[in-house]
Design a binder for this molecule. Structure first.
Ligand code: EPU
Length: 431
């Protein structure tokens, strides 16, 4: 198994370029198969979850051609609506193929989505939406089976705000007959990105980015060339890495507006943040302070940044309180931070963090994607050597994470856990 070995204590400095947004790209790839005409997707992140989804659409007949590392050409000539790719069971974004296939072909059989183990992740809002459009949906033998003779627009009120359900039902309704009105929608930037992409293919979607999305069904979609928005969570992760290591990092290819909740918290705990048109620079030159925060749907503080923020607050001055309101199981990494000397008590969905003077290196295991990134940040700031195991979680969503960190001056290496020689070599070099 691969792991990261880190020697902490170096301030990060320099520039880093952010890749396209993984969670937008998952929706865009699914949308791309809704036309038989060629679609070119640019600024696609080269990460595990995206590559698994590309393989899966290839297996059901789409022609997928990598033009370069971040550009792909897709022709959505689907010859099967049954997605039976084993890897798809482990990822969340697989559920977008239900909406896309149901919308295009009137039928979909897709494994029940997996994804990071951060809490129970039901999909009843997705299925409620599909049913309201006229589909029969059942879940059996681990598969979601959706079928409709015809989809007809409807007025759908989501019982809770869900990114996945908003995008999925939007996908299913773009080719439905008549008007669909979705209420209580998620407003995340990736919802807007998928809507913009669908519109570039000829869909008629209005209101994405607000609570109410109106979709007028069209006969068919056509080809398009589209560039994915920058990944707000990758950007936020590097902002926190800069802050935690008392660094000075210019984070390029971002949309500063999407980062406002993170920027506001960094300012509050004592960082300097300078925004430009498409970059943010984070400077921290002293021990950071405490704060209180609650994760919320956009434009609130994102749940996907909660672990990275908690890790940073673990060695900031004072007592911080972090409340997780989206996923109930997103504090599993706290035990790992404790191994590094953190003093954090979790009560229900709240973590009470007593900032310690410093963290110390330890062997820790990343329980999921964002928690893994948080443990790397902790390792970069800690004294001594840290080993972060199960980096495959991190690689689901971060492209060349350790390479980018190295370019900012971090001492980090990706090594095979059995490769004692490589580990020894790193330790000697790091001193
Ligand atoms: N929920 C339901 N029923 C549903 C749908 C959602 O109860 O039918 C609940 C969930 O259990 C959760 C809340 O609603 O408590 C919000 O879930 P949402 O549907 O918004 O999340 P998601 O679509 O499963 C996406 C991202 C996550 C990100 C969340 C929140 C993808 C593939 N995943 O998940 O990303 O945390 O939105 O912003 O887009 C990550 O990238 O690390 C990641 C976990």
């Amino acid at each position: 198994m691969e792991q990261y070995i880190i020697k902490g204590g170096r301030s990060l400095a320099g520039e880093v370029v952010i890749n396209g947004a993984k969670n937008a790209a998952l929706g865009v790839i699914a949308a791309a198969i809704m036309t038989d005409e060629p679609v070119i997707i640019e600024n696609l992140p080269d990460v595990l979850d995206i590559n698994v989804l590309l393989d899966a659409i290839g297996e059901i007949g789409a022609v997928v051609e990598r033009i370069d590392r971040h550009t792909v050409r897709i022709i959505g000539t689907i010859n099967s609506v049954e997605v039976d790719n084993e890897s798809m069971r482990k990822m969340r974004g697989s559920y977008y193929l239900i909406g896309a296939l149901l919308g295009k072909c009137g039928s979909a059989q897709v494994p029940l989505p997996g994804g990071c183990n951060i809490g129970s992740r039901p999909i009843e809002q997705h299925t409620k939406g599909f049913r309201a459009l006229g589909a029969d949906v059942d879940i059996s033998f681990g598969m979601v089976n959706a079928k409709a003779d015809k989809l007809t627009g409807n007025h759908i009120y989501f019982d809770l705000v869900s990114v996945g359900a908003t995008i999925n039902v939007m996908l299913a309704s773009v080719l439905a007959e008549g008007q669909t009105i979705l209420e209580n929608c998620a407003k995340e930037p990736h919802v807007v990105d998928v809507a913009n992409f669908l519109n570039s293919m000829g869909a008629n979607i209005k209101g994405a980015g607000t609570d109410v999305i109106r979709i007028r069904g069209v006969e068919k979609l056509h080809g398009s060339t589209y560039s994915i928005i920058p990944d707000q969570i990758e950007a936020g992760t590097f902002m926190l890495a800069a802050a935690a290591t008392r660094g000075d990092v210019l984070i390029k290819n971002v949309i500063p507006k999407h980062l406002e909740a993170i920027t506001a918290k960094l300012l509050e705990i004592g960082c300097e943040v300078a925004e430009d048109d498409d970059s943010v620079r984070v400077i921290a030159n002293r021990r950071l302070g405490q704060t209180q925060l609650k994760t919320l749907v956009y434009p609130g503080f994102p749940t996907d940044m909660q672990p990275q923020m908690t890790a940073t607050l673990a060695f900031s001055e004072g007592t911080s309180i972090v409340t997780e309101s989206i996923f109930e199981n997103r504090f599993k990494y706290v035990d790992e931070l404790t191994r590094m000397g953190a003093s954090i008590k979790v009560e229900g969905n709240t973590a009470i963090i007593n900032g310690v003077e410093k963290l110390t290196g330890a062997t820790v295991c990343s329980p999921d994607l964002r928690a893994g990134a948080a443990l790397v940040i902790a390792g970069l700031a800690a004294e001594g050597f840290t080993i972060v195991e199960q980096v495959e979680y991190i690689e689901r969503g971060y492209e060349h994470f350790e390479v980018k960190l190295k370019e900012l001056g971090a001492m980090i290496e990706r090594v095979e856990d059995t490769d004692a020689k490589a580990i020894q070599k790193f330790k000697l070099k790091a001193g």
